[in-house]
Design a protein around this ligand. Structure first.
Ligand code: AMP
Length: 283
């Protein structure tokens, strides 16, 4: 496994791989890897001849009051996990390599970025799509793997890929969870012991919501308050949103008529957690 730190070197490495007829997979991450990331790497390896994992804590996607400086980092551990997992390249650029001082171009997927996390984190998805477009151009992969835990992000990247003709096969992998249901996240390390014990209620609430829909409840205004009560009873968290949305546009549905996404964001202390579940009404 090699570590590459510049865009030029990354491009020439994958150019050479392409010339050899190799299929290239990319797994973008912000590092501090956990089993959720490693599951994406395993999927990538089944889809391509060579797998590139990028590690880049992207300042563009953090708001001014967010946790950019505090975001956990451990390159040595990440590299050893990736070596064990059989990754071929770690692309780990410095911020100045990705964003020179006169950097001024952004990629924005409109409308899909408006709701859910887009509403509470203005500019977040613009930062995500800008960096992912740059990573796509640095690596020029055939296939890229993203996690369904960040469902809105994955949908936005699929739309960007289509609208801007990147021509990359985008794969969305299932969410990897702890045994108690909590979705793995690098930010889980911020949780206090008490918050960690409370956090699994988020997924239990999502499962309850999906069950209500499967049983025939079609009115989001009946479902959302039930989930909110469940979470407020078991945590002292602050609910940012609980929404039932269209799986492609991420717009709120007023009635559940086909498969929907139930998505939520809840802050437990200073840790903002997100999670989601798909739910299908009866025919
Ligand atoms: P991050 O490092 O948090 O930016 O995540 C990098 C990639 O890993 C994104 O595509 C995430 O959706 C994905 N990911 C993060 N957590 C999980 C998880 N628990 N299960 C599956 N994929 C995940």
């Amino acid at each position: 496994m090699i570590v590459i730190r510049t865009v030029a070197e990354m491009q020439s490495w994958t150019d050479a791989a392409r010339r050899k007829g190799q299929r290239i997979a990319l797994v973008p991450t912000m590092g501090y890897l956990h089993e959720g990331h490693l599951a994406l790497v395993r999927i990538a390896r089944t889809k391509a001849d060579v797998t590139v994992v990028s590690i880049f804590v992207n300042p563009l996607q953090f708001g001014p009051a967010e946790d950019l400086a505090a975001y956990p980092r451990d390159a040595v551990r990440d590299e050893s996990l990736l070596r064990r997992e059989g990754a071929d390249v770690v692309f780990h650029p410095e911020v100045a390599e990705m964003y020179p001082p006169d950097f001024t171009t952004n990629v924005q997927v409109e409308r899909l970025s408006d709701g859910l996390c887009g509403r509470s984190r203005p500019g977040h998805f613009r930062g995500v799509t800008t960096v992912v477009a740059k990573l796509f151009n640095a690596v020029r992969p055939h296939v890229a793997v993203f996690g369904g835990k960040d469902a809105q992000q994955a949908g936005i990247i699929q739309r960007m890929n289509r609208d801007l003709d990147f021509g990359i096969d985008i794969i969305i992998a299932p969410t990897v969870r702890e045994s108690d249901g909590l979705a793995l996240s690098s930010r889980n390390t911020y949780l206090s012991q008490l918050e960690r014990r409370q956090a699994p209620v988020l997924y239990r609430a999502l499962q309850y919501g999906a069950r209500l829909i499967e049983l025939g409840e079609r009115n989001p205004q009946m479902i959302i308050p039930a989930l909110s009560d469940m979470i407020m009873r078991e945590t002292s968290g602050r609910i940012d949103y609980i929404s039932i949305v269209d799986t492609e546009t991420f717009a709120d549905v007023t009635r559940v008529k086909s498969e929907v996404l139930i998505a939520l964001a809840v802050s437990l202390g200073k840790t903002r957690l997100i999670d989601n579940i798909l739910a299908q009404p009866p025919l």
